[in-house]
Design a protein around this ligand. Structure first.
Ligand code: SF4
Ligand code: SF4
Length: 163
């Protein structure tokens, strides 16, 4: 797994043009059953990929924190939201709250998330491969395939399935 993760940026770079063309075509004419296909590919992939052996998303890119996330996580720590923000977060160029540093502070050495039950929505949904209207997040997916081995495999499988 680690070799695959280490090679992922290069593999994704090699596939970038092909993926870009594929998503441009998908956006123009998404198949009627795309949501169904994505659910199926997502389920199949995450049966064989164990996030606990990876955690590359938590190690290399942090989530953005919505106001609701901040409220929920600060409550978990019995901390005022403002205190949580000044301890852990900063504002990025898009004006979103993000972690001050990666790997994520809440990631354990065993790859477990110490705030798993209250983790940000973005963490729960990453890599978004089971979301509806998947064609609408193609730019994000083009980036995610360089970080997430599961997303990489899912996009490869999509290209086989959807001609
Ligand atoms: S979501 Fe992707 S990058 Fe994150 S731990 Fe799972 S396989 Fe790895
Ligand atoms: S909050 Fe948890 S799931 Fe989200 S990036 Fe940090 S360790 Fe990973």
């Amino acid at each position: 797994m680690q070799d695959f993760i280490n090679n992922l940026p290069k593999l994704a770079k090699d596939k970038h043009n092909e993926n870009k063309k594929f998503f441009a075509k998908l956006k123009k004419k998404p198949p009627k059953n795309l949501d169904y296909v994505m659910q199926e590919l997502h389920k199949k992939e995450f049966k064989r990929t164990d996030c606990l052996e990876c955690a590359n998303c938590c190690k290399t890119t942090g989530p953005l924190f919505t106001d609701k996330d901040i409220d929920r996580v600060s409550k978990h720590f019995r901390m005022k939201s403002q205190q949580f923000i000044s301890n852990y977060l900063e504002i990025d160029e898009d004006n979103d709250y993000v972690l001050q540093s990666v790997p994520c502070t809440f990631l354990g050495v065993d790859n477990y998330c110490s705030i798993y039950d209250v983790r940000p929505k973005a963490c729960r949904e990453f890599p978004h491969t089971d979301r509806k209207k998947f064609q609408q997040i193609s730019n994000l997916t083009l980036k995610n395939v360089a970080i997430c081995p599961a997303a990489f495999n899912i996009v490869e499988e999509m290209k086989n399935r959807i001609k």
